[in-house]
Design a protein around this ligand. Structure first.
Ligand SMILES: [Zn+2]
Length: 80
């Protein structure tokens, strides 16, 4: 099947924190530079951002933290 490159595995571990802006500068740069050369990871981040944006729409009923955590966990499990 689709074997992830080592760089991708690392980015997937970091991606939800990256989207949340919780990474330090160094890790954040690492993710950004990987995204510049990896289409599947770019797509993953785009999906993640869209999902989180949905969760953050203010007029929606706010998703409970447990749901947010589960969504993040699911996204981490996505394989390109
Ligand atoms: Zn990648």
């Amino acid at each position: 099947m689709n074997q992830l490159e080592p760089g991708c595995t690392k980015v997937r571990e970091l991606c939800s924190d990256y989207v949340d802006g919780e990474l330090d500068i160094q890790a954040s740069r690492h993710v950004a530079s990987h995204l510049g050369e990896c289409g599947p990871c770019q797509a993953l981040i785009a999906t993640l951002k869209a999902t989180i944006a949905l969760l953050r729409i203010p007029q929606h009923h706010r998703a409970p933290d447990s749901l947010r955590a589960r969504v993040k966990q699911n996204i981490k499990g996505i394989k390109a």
